[in-house]
Design a protein around this ligand. Sequence first.
Ligand SMILES: Cc1ncc(COP(=O)(O)O)c(C=O)c1O
Length: 395
Amino acid sequence: MSQQMGLFRTIGVTAGGRGVSAFRGYATASRAGTMQEMTVPPRHSEEQHMAERLVDLRSDTVTRPTAAMRRAMAEAEVGDDHYGDDPTVNRLETRAAEMLGKEAAVYVSSGTMGNLAAVLTHCGRGQEVVMGSECHIFHYELGGTATLGGLPWQVVRNTRFGTMELDDLRGAIKTPAGGESLTGVLCLENTHNRCGGVVISPADLKAMADIAHDAGVPVHLDGARVFNAAAALGVPVAEVVREMDTVQFCFSKGLAAPVGSILVGSAEFIGRARRTRRMLGGAMRQAGVIAAAAYVALTEMAERLPEDHARARRLAQGMGDLPGVEIDLDTVQTNIVYFKLDPPNADFVPTLRERGIMLNGGPAGGRLVTHYEITDADIDTTLRAAREAVMAVAR
Ligand SMILES: Cc1ncc(COP(=O)(O)O)c(C=O)c1O
C-alpha cells in the first residue's frame, strides 16, 4: 500500500464498534471477521487529499517493516524454537547478547513480556520490586509483576530527567542484616518515556545501580529505546548498559521491526528466564519469520536514529515558539516530544487530526514521536498545522 493518501481514507472498525482508527490503509491486514473495512469521503477536496499524506506521530511503534525486513522474513530459515532449532532466532539472540556485552539473550514477543519475564525471574515470591514513579512498568504494564508474580512494589519518585534521588533509592531498598534481601530487583528505564524520552547517562545509571548492588540487589533495565539512548550519547549500546544485570529492549520501536523484544543477561539468568517465558505462554515455534525482521532492525536501523532525534528537536523548537504551547526543551533529547497547552485548548488536537496529523493528546497537551517513516516535509506539515490550530483559537 502506498504511503500516499488515496481518494478515500481507510477506516478500520472493530466488530463491536469500538476502537475506530484511521490509518494509511493499515486495516487491510485486519483479522478476518473481527474487523471490517469501510471508506468515508474525504473532508477536504479530493485534490487536497491526494496531495496530503497522514503524518502519524502517535508512537514509534506505528512503522511498517522496511523492504529489507520483508525480504528477510520471506527468506528466513526456521525451525522449532521451543527445541532451540530456529537458526534465525538463535542468530538474533547471539548477536543481541554480543552487542549489549552480555552472555545470552532470549527473544520475547513484546517489551511488556520482556520486563515481566525479567522481574519474575529475578524475584522470589513476596520480594519487592523497586521502580520509578514515572516508569512504564508502573504506569502501563497493568501491574503484571504484582498480579502474576505476587511481588509488591516500592515506588521511588523520578526526577524530571528520569533518575532517582540516591537517598530516596537507598531508603527504598530493604536489606535486613544477615538475611536475604526483601528487595528482589531495581528497575530502571532508558530512554525514559514519560520523562520525555530523556537519556540517562552511564554515570547516573552506575550511581543508582551501585546502591542496589551494594545491597545484593540486581538491576534490570527497561531499555525499550536503549538504542536511542546510545545514539544520543554517541557511544556503543554496551557502554550504556554495562552496569545493568539484565536489559529488555524492543525491536518494534525506533528500530522499526514489526514484532518483538529481547531480554539479555548472564547465561545462567537467561536459562531461567526461558522457563519463565514458557510459563507466560511466550515460547514460540517457527519464530524465525519475525526474528528475521528483528535482525535487520538490530543490524541496520540503529545508525539512522539521530535523524529521528534531529526531527524531534526541530519539531519541539517550532512548536515551542507557538503561543499557548509549552515544551520543556531540556527534556527533548531523543525522538519524543511532550507539549502542554496553557491555557487548555480542546480544539488543538482535533484540528491537527483534521489536517492529517495523528497524535496522542487532549486539551491539556500531548505527545509526538518521530520515527523512520517521518520525513523533514512531515515536520514542516505538522508545524504548519500546529500554527493554524493556534491561530484558529486566537481568532
Ligand atoms: C519504555 C517502554 N517500556 C516498555 C514498553 C512495552 O513494550 P510493548 O508495547 O512491546 O509491550 C514500552 C512501550 O511503549 C515502552 O515505551
